[in-house]
Design a protein around this ligand. Structure first.
Ligand SMILES: Nc1ncnc2c1ncn2[C@@H]1O[C@H](COP(=O)(O)OP(=O)(O)OP(=O)(O)O)[C@@H](O)[C@H]1O
Length: 319
């Protein structure tokens, strides 16, 4: 799960925040687009999730970790749980497709047996079986991005972030890449994709979180990039998003709606943290060979719900 509570990020020597008072929750297993024009704060949001940047104010929780309480020594373990894909692919030019993907496991200390088994499985999943021996320059842009996705996913991270992954690709190829991310999402991995590619966003009918100059202006289920539908957050009379500190229902409200906030207290979160610390220590020693196979989470519940409980009113209004 990814949770932002009233997150503001202002970079040094700038006056306007890159993100301003952003609150949202992306439950485990969800596919969400983050859209907005250039400079609206999409990459900043991704970097905050990776803890490559720190918030100026507000709170971020990712994969059970409260960043306020996350010691620096535990950041590498966090990043092992987040795969990343970028617009410019970032492949190693002198390594083959197989070696590029295997490298991601090697740096995690995986055994050769594990690499021999997992890399071909993953290349098959992304549609590159038979291309193991090619170098990146012998691939099309779309194929290179598939290698990058395989590399990001080969250790089966619970979260995959894709920052403008289709920015260098033509529309048909872009759609194929987003469909691949959708397929990965169906294995249980949470996928968050930043983009301003209206065509692919509108083709997918997924959750669409929209930023405008650092402000979250809409959050829609099965939304699109132009008109929007099924807003997730309530708007006030002026059309502004309701704030996270004005819950629509009391904390802990749950009428059986799996998207309802369960109102867990800070105390509960603290307990979580203690459990998590234990688990992190296990992670550190288990190594990637303990990773579960593709599809491990597919049948699990989608995790607890959002800060904002959707009501009939929010489902039918549009903006
Ligand atoms: N390291 C930085 N230092 C200072 N300002 C930054 C830094 N990174 C981003 N910004 C500023 O923060 C704002 C948001 O940038 P960000 O890269 O998050 O937007 P974006 O929506 O990802 O844009 P694009 O689609 O062009 O990648 C912009 O005004 C940008 O100039």
């Amino acid at each position: 799960m990814i949770l932002f509570e009233n997150v503001t990020k202002t970079y040094p020597r700038t006056t306007r925040p890159a993100l301003e008072d952003v609150s949202l929750e992306i439950p485990r297993g969800e596919f969400a687009f983050v859209v907005g024009t250039s400079g609206s704060g999409k990459s900043t949001m991704m970097q905050l999730v990776m803890k490559e940047q720190d918030v100026t104010s507000g709170r971020v929780l990712v994969a059970g970790r409260d960043f306020d309480r996350l010691p620096e020594r535990k950041v590498p373990a966090l990043r092992r749980e987040i795969g990343c894909v970028f617009q410019d692919f970032r492949l190693l030019p002198n390594k083959t497709v197989f070696q590029n993907v295997a490298y991601a496991l090697q740096v995690l200390g995986s055994s050769r047996a594990r690499i021999r088994q997992t890399v071909p499985e993953t290349l098959e999943l992304v549609g590159l079986a038979g291309m193991e021996k090619r170098l990146p320059h012998q691939l099309s842009g779309g194929e290179q991005q598939r290698v990058a996705i395989a590399r990001a996913f080969v250790n089966r991270p619970p979260i995959l972030l894709a920052d403008e992954p289709t920015g260098n690709l033509d529309p048909d190829t872009s759609l194929g890449i987003v469909q691949l991310l959708d397929r990965i999402n169906r294995t249980g991995t949470t996928v968050v994709m930043a983009t301003h590619d209206t065509v692919t966003v509108n083709a997918m009918r997924k959750r669409v979180i929209r930023l405008d100059r650092g402000v979250l202006v809409s959050d829609m289920e099965a939304g699109d990039y132009t008109t929007g539908s099924l807003p997730r957050i309530r708007l006030d009379e002026t059309g502004a998003p309701r704030r996270a500190d004005e819950p629509e229902v009391p904390d802990g409200y749950d009428d059986g709606d799996p998207t309802a906030y369960d109102g867990r207290s800070d105390h509960d979160d603290h307990d979580d943290r203690d459990d998590r610390d234990d688990r992190d220590d296990t992670d550190d020693t288990d190594g990637p060979d303990a990773l579960p196979p593709i599809g491990r989470d597919a049948d699990e519940p989608r995790g607890r719900g959002g800060l904002f409980r959707r009501s009939k009113a929010t489902q039918t209004s549009s903006h």
